[in-house]
Write a protein that binds this ligand. Structure first.
Ligand code: C5P
Length: 409
């Protein structure tokens, strides 16, 4: 896992409680550390019956806090300052898995072990990811405790549905690492440079139906648009993500899944009101079958002609309504070209009324469609160009969001 800019050098306290899901917290601690965060793990007594402190120490590379009365089990801090010492300067406290017992303690301000004492001393945002079996989560006592904690500004991450340790099925599972990372990134992004701004971001290649079984599409996977949306969340923006690709969940975004260019146009126009920026990273099909057959088209021995018609141009539609409404303030387009990159891109910037255009050469093997890296040239409406060297799509996404932030300022 690569370094994530929003997590680099962030001090994250990971509280682990006694649940079988504690083993999943090991993976989370590992991924956070690989992403560049400084992870201090605090374990309750019960947690240590499931996973050993040594395992967390091995993946985080830092001391683990398991007993505030023993200096060697409290990061070397003398016991009278261990609790405040750990909480001081932390960027985030995440408790995952959080048991009903620890949740009850936190709700009522109890402080009788290293984790509850740290939670009481901490002044950073608090994320709670409960994991519990049976009816414990639904019990009125637990529900009341959630309400108390939420009322104080803590964020409770909904447990997922599925098989529980007892063999029962229900809501109680700790979410997967990727989902927890998404919640952490959103929490850390709050207060960032795009806080209070709404961004509309599209991704993926549209599918234009031919009949109930077939469609015309392109090689876009939506990875670049997804990375831009994640970078916007990292910067604190409210994101509406319109996706025409099969992409993982994006914590912190309102997600709209669409298939065709027409559906994407409708979704963009339905969500554009009040947006500060529109970033059209989607590879919208330029043509679609003139008619969609109701039944699957039968093959014959003869060659087939397929009449195509133009799809609506989403950016042109936005350009037209922007004249009257004044939003979005900033519009960013993409140009995927296989020849005369800059010349074609400059023409597109003007024709579509863009403030910024990200141009990429799709003939390069390490950039463009279906790979994790990209190389783009950003053209602006003043004639300026900025080359972004070969980098991961995450890095490129962050660079584009930085430019959008500057344009909005
Ligand atoms: O004209 P071309 O398709 O090359 O322009 C690319 C840019 O225009 C991209 O930002 C793409 O999302 C957008 N586009 C659009 N509506 C279309 C086709 C492309 O908004 N029908």
């Amino acid at each position: 896992m690569a370094i994530i800019a929003g997590l680099r050098d962030k001090r994250i306290i990971l509280g682990v409680c006694g649940s079988i899901a504690a083993y999943k917290a090991l993976d989370l601690a590992s991924k956070l550390t690989q992403a560049g965060a400084l992870v201090d793990v605090v374990m309750t007594d019960a947690a240590q019956r499931f996973v050993s402190p040594l395992s967390f120490q091995a993946v985080s590379g830092r001391p683990v806090y398991s007993d505030m009365w023993r200096a060697e089990a409290s990061g070397g801090l003398p016991s009278h300052i261990a609790h405040v010492g750990l909480a001081e300067g932390a960027d985030l406290l995440l408790i995952a898995p959080a048991t009903a017992n620890t949740i009850a303690k936190l709700a009522h301000g109890m402080a009788d072990d290293m984790l509850s004492v740290t939670a009481l001393a901490a002044r950073c945002p608090l994320l709670i990811a409960p994991a519990m079996d049976g009816g414990m989560a639904e019990h009125p006592a637990t529900q009341a405790n959630f309400a108390i904690l939420r009322g104080r500004g803590a964020q409770v991450i909904e447990p997922e549905r599925g098989r529980l340790a007892s063999g029962l099925h229900g809501r109680g599972r700790l979410p997967e690492t990727a989902t927890l990372l998404g919640h952490i990134r959103r929490a850390l992004g709050q207060g960032g440079e795009l806080t209070g701004r709404k961004l509309l971001i599209t991704a993926g290649g549209t599918r234009e139906a031919l009949d109930p079984a077939r469609y015309i599409s392109n090689r876009s996977t939506g990875k670049q648009g997804y990375a831009i949306a994640q970078a916007a969340i990292d910067a604190g923006a409210d994101v509406v993500f319109i996706s025409a690709a099969d992409l993982p969940p994006l914590v912190g975004a309102v997600r709209v899944d669409v298939d065709s260019a027409q559906a994407m146009l409708e979704a963009v126009l339905a969500h554009i009101a009040g947006c500060s920026a529109l970033i059209m990273a989607a590879a919208v099909a330029d043509y679609r079958p003139r008619s969609v057959a109701e039944q699957k088209i039968k093959k014959s021995d003869k060659a087939m002609n397929l009449p195509l018609e133009r799809t609506p141009d989403i950016l042109l539609a936005v350009k037209a309504q922007r004249v009257e409404s004044g939003y979005p303030t900033v519009v960013v387009g993409f140009a995927a070209e296989s020849e005369n990159l800059l010349e074609n891109a400059r023409g597109k910037l003007q024709a579509k009324g863009l403030d910024l255009l990200a141009a990429n050469d799709i003939t390069a093997e390490d950039a463009g469609f279906a790979v994790d890296t990209n190389r783009v040239v950003l053209l602006d409406s003043d004639g300026g160009t900025q080359e972004i060297e070969l980098a991961s799509k995450d890095v490129i996404g962050a660079a584009i969001i930085k430019r959008v932030g500057r344009l909005l300022d």
